[in-house]
Design a protein around this ligand. Structure first.
Ligand code: NDP
Length: 302
């Protein structure tokens, strides 16, 4: 971690590289001792440019970790029935230990129907209701990758989270709710805020750990943040950047980074923050799934 204006920068590049290296070591051990190569598959429907970039990056990271990567690109007009058939095929494929369908899928396909069809044991994104329920019940589960990444970063910055007040802004099944469950598991006192919450700045100011998962560029300002708080910015928002030239854009988070850096104790940047952790945690999930499928124990600190 390096220092920014005042806050410590929680550097996703460094922390995700550590985790990916750790995954690589474990993959090498599984190959050598068990003849097992974990495999991660991704299904992409259509040709959304941002999704294509995510899928490509996941493939590169998977191979770099020594794992098998499988990519299935289906045309935008693929029917829901055909996509569900592909999901069933991967459920049955012994070389695939974890997989995900890149969301969003085209409007004619039900996202929930796809999630419900994924074998919970291979649910690399941890979105199946069984995994969400197991996480909420404090049972071993496939944990969604982005929330897990948030937790790792919060612990890096704050150490033991027990007794801290965590405020999560956002309550999606993908990010907000699982982040809140993970923080609760760490014995935080957790508040979940959302679009109907009253006086959001006052709620946010209570936080020792503030997680913003909203999708509103630069929403969180310095007067929302308790001095010294750890701020985890999940948001990825593309905004116009006329300073880079006509029609250019750049990525910003849900937190006004420059402003909040003046008061926070530690903060994640966008880009270079949580987004990098998502891929690393996905790889880790796949290794966990591969080991569970074969009854292989992982080191306790994995
Ligand atoms: P959703 O749109 O599913 O959820 C957004 C949440 O924010 C909702 O719970 C919504 O409340 C709440 N919200 C919206 N507007 C406000 C507001 N003005 N005040 C308070 N709460 C508000 O988004 P996701 O959870 O999927 O994603 C959130 C952000 O994280 C996005 O920018 C997304 O791009 C990014 N993201 C980043 C990832 C990464 O790898 N770093 C991975 C996944 C997402 P309500 O429920 O009341 O509508």
């Amino acid at each position: 971690m390096t220092t920014s204006a005042k806050a410590i920068l929680i550097d996703g590049k460094v922390i995700s590289a550590e985790l990916r290296a750790r995954v690589g070591v474990e993959v090498a051990r599984l190959k050598a001792e068990h003849g097992l190569t974990p495999g991660l598959a991704v299904i992409l429907v259509g040709n959304d440019p941002a999704s294509e970039v995510y899928v490509r990056n996941k493939g590169i990271a998977t191979r770099e970790a020594g794992m098998n990567s499988y990519e299935y690109k289906l045309p935008a007009e693929t029917s829901e029935a055909d996509l569900l058939a592909k999901v069933r095929e991967l459920n049955a494929d012994p070389a695939v230990h974890g997989f995900l369908v890149q969301f969003p899928v085209p409007d004619h396909i039900s996202q929930q129907a796809v999630i419900d069809m994924i074998d919970p044991a291979k649910d690399a994104d941890g979105l199946h209701p069984l995994n969400a329920g197991r996480l909420a019940s404090g049972l071993p589960a496939m944990v969604p990758a982005t929330p897990e990444g948030c937790l790792i970063m919060a612990k890096k910055a704050a150490g033991d989270l027990s007794g801290r007040h965590a405020v999560v802004i956002g309550r999606s099944n993908l990010v907000g709710k699982p982040v809140a469950q993970l923080l609760l598991r760490e014995n935080c006192t957790v508040t979940i805020a959302h679009s109907r919450s009253r006086d959001l700045p006052a709620i946010a100011r209570e936080a020792d750990i503030l997680v913003a998962a909203v999708g509103r560029p630069n929403m969180v300002k310095r007067d929302w943040v308790k001095p010294g708080a750890v701020v985890i910015d999940v948001g990825i928002n593309r905004v116009p950047a006329p300073e880079k030239g006509e029609g250019k854009t750049r990525l910003v988070g849900d937190v006004d980074f420059a402003d909040v850096s003046e008061v926070a104790g530690a903060i994640t940047p966008v880009p270079g923050g949580v987004g990098l952790m998502t891929v690393a945690c996905l790889l880790r999930n796949t290794v966990i799934a591969a080991c569970r499928s074969k009854g292989i124990d992982l080191p306790a600190d994995f």
